[in-house]
Design a protein around this ligand. Sequence first.
Ligand code: ATR
Length: 277
Amino acid sequence: MTDRYAVIGNPVAHSLSPEIHAEFARATGEDVSYTRILAPLDGFKEAVLKFRDGGGRGLNVTLPFKREAWRLSGRHAGYALEAGAVNTLAFDGPHIVGHNTDGPGIVYDIRNNLGRVVRGKRVLLMGAGGATYGVMEPLMREQPESLVVANRTLENAIALVGHFEKLQQYAARGIVARPYSALAGMQFDIVINATSAGLSGAMPDLPSGLFAEGALAYDMVYGGAAPFLEFAATQGAQVSDGLGMLVEQAAESFQIWRGVRPATKPVIARLRALRKR
Ligand code: ATR
């Protein structure tokens, strides 16, 4: 019998996850279906339970429900516990297990698709919301030289750095919170945008000269306007738009559900080709 999965969010119409998982199913021969579920903003839990009770096997969770999904999970696997947000639910009988594959997804993309090393590098992470919480631990385990978390509301960045105090051990020069205005004069090898600013066509207020020679600028939110990447390109950085992360986090979810990790490069290439048409 076909096993059913879906992505749940609000909005969810533009999610590429059904296309990605359909490709994975074809490539691996797994008998799965994957659809979209639009949950009312005040009806996430009901929608999840309805899907589970109707025989669904698992869900991907997107905005704005990742924290709520964490609270709904009876058990947290891997990085999900500390992240406080989950993007993947697996139903084990009546039990709901929460996973977060966003962090492994971005690390995999940076390392395997972009051929970049995080170890020993100066990393700037912009934003202090759910997206940032989701990637902190996997990113830190790559052992950057330093991590600066910059945010418009400094208190949120300070709270985030405090929450992940234990991860200080992974960075030789530590993790610090800074306002954007304090970045003038600093340089980074990897700059990651985890803010939602692009969704409204905006970007954090960044000074010039931020990117070290050969730096990578990475936008975690795929599909929005990209003023940050445009700015980064004018500053000489190599830019990446988050499509790779989207496919890699999907592959991690597929592996959790099905026990097999599909090949991702052909899927990324196909989605890029479709977008160019
Ligand atoms: P999520 O949990 O989905 O990541 P969020 O908690 O609303 O969403 O966090 C969004 C992040 O984007 C926050 O870091 C937010 O900054 P504030 O903490 O100051 O609100 C950041 N953000 C959103 N719009 C922004 C903008 N125009 N410029 C800079 N940062 C922005």
